[in-house]
Design a protein. Sequence first.
Length: 83
Amino acid sequence: MTRFVFKSLIVAGAFLFFGGHLPMPEGRAGGTPAANLMTSLADPALIGLLDERAVPEFVVAAAEERAAAIAHRFIEGVEAGRR
């Protein structure tokens, strides 16, 4: 869910940054930025791009393992300070 929201914000921000003044594919005329954004987000090609995995699984697993090790050391440090 977080990945979808983050990618949607990237697309919306990029679209609004350019102001919606770029010509739309397939001869669609540029209207209001909000209407163009809604039309663009419904495009199957864009949906396919947003569903692509940008980070390989082994990188995610390594990051999770590293975060768990850091958290474990932090907890051990807190417990050692209480003694």
